[in-house]
Ligand binder design. Structure first.
Ligand SMILES: O=C(O)/C=C/C(=O)CC(=O)CC(=O)O
Ligand SMILES: [Ca+2]
Ligand SMILES: [Mg+2]
Length: 404
């Protein structure tokens, strides 16, 4: 029996001892690295001595930055030590649990560079059918390389941060107008948080040296701004105003059992994109709009894996460094209820979604809240959780009136 008295801290619950995701919380004792156990946070600074001289100092910091930089051997040792600490019958000296409802998580690491991929074939085809009905849904490059773009690291915000409705230019009859977006959307994605040594040309086999952990991401998107601005260079202001990331990062190591083979292309891939062991992940996402479950996107249907994305991202000689974040791209499955954006769920705004309170939605209204969660299979029939990423839409500033 563990000393941790929390009914959610069990192997058949998402945040049992098999998961142990890392975050950073504001406490009376200052900002601290913590690990989530059930519905509690366990601050780690008081345990630094007990965790040993190699890894203790890494969690005595006020962010995950030193831990990310420390690399895989340290990540493994810390996880072993923490596993012992949370499973033991008596509490380690100095340990105290804080109910999650009473702690304020902050952005747990310094986001270095942010990249967003486009790895769901279903999403890519749906978006193309909606935005470019006269063109081929998939361009020929898509099955040969993981398409992506560089995003805006400085506007990555922690789960729970309100999202202010962005303004921008959009197409209108009689010329473009500037004003608050009328098509504010989400993208349910899986983010990969990087650490370890600075490196380039990372082979797919070295993904565990450079990916520390996994966190859900909501890549908020203003579809009207996007549709007007994005050709020929790609997403810009329609996606740069906010990207939310979960407060708790699940170690990649916790997802070993969830590894699956991704859907394979019908032609050979170039050698640098081949995997010796598959890095698809069997994560089941859930998207809730004002509390109503509106979609269950299956991550196992994604065509490109984190290992292939990292290999591609660094294949030209570009470096990856601790704090880099890359997101999978919107997760959409083949079925209607598996779509990870409201653009797709409402099919371009033409087919409203009915929420449990009877209201109908196409895109987001001010005051709406979106929450994305996920689980994966763990060791011995256990369940591994990815913590929620949530955000509420606020109206933009009153002076952002429409300009024609
Ligand atoms: O196909 C397009 O024009 C645009 C697609 C997206 O907006 C998706 C994007 O940001 C990448 C992704 O999340 O899959
Ligand atoms: Ca995206
Ligand atoms: Mg974004």
């Amino acid at each position: 029996m563990s000393w941790i008295d929390d009914p959610e801290f069990r192997a058949d619950r998402p945040f049992g001892p098999q998961t142990l995701p890392y975050g950073v919380i504001d406490t009376e004792g200052g900002r601290q690295v913590a690990v989530r156990v059930g519905d509690h946070a366990l601050p780690l600074r008081p345990l630094a001595d007990a965790l040993g001289e190699r890894v203790g100092p890494l969690v005595a910091a006020d962010s995950l930055d030193p831990l990310l930089a420390a690399g895989r051997v340290a990540w493994q040792e810390l996880r072993v030590r923490l596993g012992e600490a949370v499973r033991s019958a008596s509490a380690p000296r100095g340990a105290s649990l804080l109910p999650l409802a009473e702690v304020r998580p902050v952005l747990p690491f310094t986001v270095a560079d942010y990249v967003d991929f486009y790895a769901s074939r279903h999403h890519a085809e749906n978006v193309a059918r909606i935005l470019r009905p006269d063109a081929e849904p998939l361009l020929p490059n898509w099955t040969h390389l993981p398409v992506g773009y560089h995003g805006r690291a400085g506007t990555v915000v922690v789960s729970g941060t309100d999202v202010v409705r962005p303004s921008g230019q959009r197409r209108s009859t009689g010329g473009p107008v500037f004003g608050p977006t009328e098509r504010l959307d989400i993208e349910a994605e899986v983010g990969f948080v990087c650490g370890g040594p600075v490196a380039s040309r990372v082979p797919t086999s070295a993904v565990t040296e450079h990916v520390f952990g996994v966190a859900l991401v909501n890549d908020w998107s203003a579809r009207d701004i996007q549709a007007w601005e994005y050709q020929p260079l790609g997403p810009f202001l329609g996606k740069s105003f906010a990207t939310s990331i979960a407060a708790w990062i699940t170690p990649l190591e916790a997802l070993t059992v969830a590894r699956v083979t991704p859907p394979l292309p019908d032609h050979p891939l170039l050698e640098y994109l081949l995997e010796s062991g598959p890095w698809g992940l069997d994560l089941s996402l859930e998207v809730r709009w004002n509390g109503t479950l509106v979609a269950t996107p299956p991550f196992a249907t994604m065509s490109w894996t984190c290992a292939q994305q990292l290999a591609h991202l660094t294949s030209n000689g570009a470096t990856v460094r601790p704090g880099d974040l890359f997101a999978s791209g919107t997760v959409s499955g083949p079925e209607r209820r598996q779509r990870g954006s409201f653009l797709e769920l409402s099919w371009g705004g033409r087919e409203p979604v009915t929420l449990d309170d009877g209201t109908r939605r196409t895109f987001l209204e001010d005051g709406d809240t979106v929450m994305i969660t996920a689980t994966a299979p763990g060791d011995g029939g256990s369940l591994v959780g990815l913590a929620e990423v949530t955000g509420t839409v606020l109206a933009g500033p009153a002076d952002q009136r429409e300009q024609r």
